[in-house]
Design a protein around this ligand. Structure first.
Ligand SMILES: Nc1ncnc2c1ncn2[C@@H]1O[C@H](COP(=O)(O)OP(=O)(O)OP(=O)(O)O)[C@@H](O)[C@H]1O
Length: 260
């Protein structure tokens, strides 16, 4: 039987008594690239932050690797096995590339040669080896995004959360990142990927949840989602058409202020 790596039950977050994530329940299996697709403000980041124990849920539960994310000990043990790439770039401009990766990787308990090797491998993986001694503040947007990813890879996580990792970067950097995510997945890691870019989700995800107004309104493979809105499977419907039909809304491709 396929192993469940993440299970959400009734996960809810309210701000000022208003739900921004509203009773989400779902399961993600080992080896999936699972896409969470929704417009700005749908609740994607809040969901990810609750899963990674960065935001406290108002209600509901998160189980990762069959352990409840509800005690300090469990959270610490689970965190060593997951990697989180935040939407807001978390690197330090006044540190060199390698220092950034070392700082984050050392938080997971790596030391000495193991730490040095892990930093080198993570920088190599994102194509920044040649810039290892450069200060992050001088990096382009795409390089910053790649360094942000390297910081979450050093400890070799089994489950990775990418929160809109391609916002505001050029197509080359975007392609590079998508290819690398597919590669990480081919090496055995499970990936959860949020985006409001339809084509990215369609290109890399094995299953997709469509989120709107804090709720998961549909979940399945692309073919399963298409079959929810049409009986004509030869219609060759795009994910965007499925989304529009299910939500009645146009997806916004750019968040406020991130238009290139
Ligand atoms: N700390 C907070 N206090 C109050 N409201 C919040 C807070 N964090 C998020 N929200 C609100 O919760 C809703 C969901 O936000 P969230 O960032 O999870 O959406 P998202 O789907 O990730 O959107 P985006 O694609 O813009 O990142 C938004 O209306 C947002 O304003």
């Amino acid at each position: 039987m396929e192993e469940t790596v993440l299970k959400l039950q009734g996960l809810t977050k309210k701000y000022d008594n208003k739900p921004v994530v509203d009773h989400i329940s779902m399961e993600i299996k080992k080896g999936e690239i699972f896409g969470l697709l929704g417009p700005n403000g749908a609740g994607k980041s809040t969901t990810m932050n609750m899963i990674c124990a960065l935001t406290k849920p108002t209600a509901g539960s998160v189980r990762i690797f069959s352990k409840e994310m509800n005690t300090v000990l469990n959270t610490r043990q689970i965190r060593r096995r997951i990697g989180y790439i935040p939407q807001d770039i978390a690197i330090h401009g006044n540190l060199k590339a390698w220092e950034n990766v070392e700082l984050f990787t050392s938080l997971y308990g790596l030391k000495g040669k193991e730490l040095k090797d892990a930093v080198g491998e993570a920088l190599e993986f994102v194509g920044l080896s040649e810039h290892r001694n450069d200060y992050a503040k001088n990096f382009s947007g795409g390089m910053k995004r790649r360094l942000n990813i390297a910081c979450a890879l050093g400890h070799n996580p089994e489950l990775l959360f990418f929160d809109e990792p391609t916002v505001g970067i050029d197509p080359q950097s975007r392609n590079f990142i998508l290819k690398k995510i597919k590669y990480i997945n081919s090496q055995g890691a499970t990936v959860i990927y949020t985006s409001h870019y339809m084509e990215e989700i369609e290109a890399i995800c094995t299953r997709i949840a469509i989120m709107d107004n804090g709720k998961i309104i549909a979940v399945g493979t692309k073919e399963e989602l298409v079959s929810l809105v049409t009986d004509d499977l030869s219609a060759n419907m795009s994910l965007e058409e499925v989304f529009l039909t299910l939500t009645g809304k146009k997806l916004r491709d750019y968040a406020e202020g991130d238009k290139a």
